[in-house]
Design a protein around this ligand. Structure first.
Ligand SMILES: Nc1ncnc2c1ncn2[C@@H]1O[C@H](COP(=O)(O)OP(=O)(O)O)[C@@H](O)[C@H]1O
Ligand SMILES: [Mg+2]
Length: 332
């Protein structure tokens, strides 16, 4: 079975003139070869494709793959993560992970929270601020938390995100609106413990493959750009006691299913002042660096090796498309 690999390689974009922050979410050679090697060990024939533009050229020239393992984050627009899957759908090429609807919906953290809230899942009260004047309309009280509505990897999340008063609300929203050129998601601040939950599968076949608590070592209790970048110094991951595990698993699985996420990813959870587990956000294209990314780390903590994680993800995609289509498969 021939599997294509699409990805946004950091180095490629730096060469094209993008800044380090622009490409913060993109992948390194280490990540790509980690995935490639695991897929090869699982008996797939792997073809490295690269970014959207490479895929586009190769599709137009008539190439085909049995399946594409796509981790492209894209660079332009709210549909940036959906662009590769949409192209693959147009040419009826099966691919791993969520569809364009889900990848666009979940990139907009406010829209995703509306769906999750509608499904009756706890998520902090929020307001999507498009223009600075709109902060007048926020009905809930301090403390609040502000972040760009459609970024990842802690981009735009810092100590300034935690807001105690009017003055900070104005200054942080102004700064984020100007810097990230997109709406700001202002939420009720969640003061409790933080967890990240790994999920594999689709719909009723979804299951939690592990989770970990994010413990903060320094003065901060925010999983910011800085703490993600220096996680070895600033945070400590720990396994989760039974009671917490079941509460987080329930919220995470319900959110995963309500949003229609597929194959594998991660959900961030934090507890509110009443000790209720709240949905923060979902990562339907979670980082897959075999050493440093949260999903592989929490699997490892739960005794699941990296190759097994990749196998479960691809198997979920194969099952969705019907194993008949891939009859000759000789998976390890
Ligand atoms: N409402 C909130 N209250 C308290 N902390 C929050 C809230 N929303 C986000 N955070 C903190 O900010 C971090 C990053 O937010 P998140 O939406 O997960 O962004 P990213 O996509 O960058 O991971 C979270 O892991 C958490 O520590
Ligand atoms: Mg997060």
């Amino acid at each position: 079975m021939k599997i294509g690999l699409t990805y946004d390689l950091k180095e490629d974009y730096l060469e094209l003139g993008y800044s380090k922050e622009d490409v913060a979410e993109f992948d390194t050679e280490e990540t790509i070869s980690g995935i490639e090697n695991s897929l090869k060990e699982l008996n797939f024939q792997v073809d490295r494709i690269g970014r959207f533009h490479e895929l586009n050229k190769r599709i137009v020239s008539g190439e085909k793959w049995d399946m594409v393992f796509n981790i492209c984050e894209g660079i332009h627009g709210i549909s940036r993560e959906a662009q590769v899957p949409a192209l693959l759908e147009a040419y009826n090429i099966p691919y791993v992970f969520s569809d364009p609807l889900v990848l666009t919906l979940t990139l907009h953290k406010g829209m995703a929270k509306r769906v999750v809230r509608d499904a009756g899942i706890p998520t902090a009260e929020f307001y999507v601020v498009e223009e600075l004047e709109e902060i007048e309309s926020i009905k809930f009280g301090f403390p609040m938390f502000a972040k760009p509505v459609a970024e990842g990897t802690g981009k735009g999340v810092s100590e300034l995100s935690k807001i105690e008063n009017r003055y900070q609300l104005t200054s942080t929203c102004r700064l984020l609106l100007e810097k990230y050129k997109q709406p700001v998601l202002v939420e009720k601040y969640l003061p409790g413990r933080e967890f990240t939950v790994g999920i594999v599968g689709t719909g009723k076949n979804s299951k939690v493959v592990g989770m970990m608590e994010v413990n903060f070592k320094g003065d901060t209790n925010i999983y910011s750009f800085e703490s993600k970048d220096n996680y070895e110094e600033l945070v400590e991951y720990s396994s989760v006691e039974k009671k917490m595990y079941s509460q987080c698993a329930e919220v995470a699985l319900a959110a995963w299913k309500s949003l229609g996420c597929r194959d594998g990813g991660r959900i961030d959870i934090r507890f509110d002042e009443e000790n209720v587990a709240n949905f923060i956000e979902v990562n339907p294209l979670a980082g897959l660096n075999h050493i440093h990314s949260d999903l592989p780390i929490l699997c490892r903590l739960n005794g699941i090796p990296y190759r097994e994680l990749i196998k479960m993800i691809v198997n979920s995609a194969i099952e969705r498309h019907g194993t008949k289509k891939f009859e000759n498969l000789d998976l390890v």
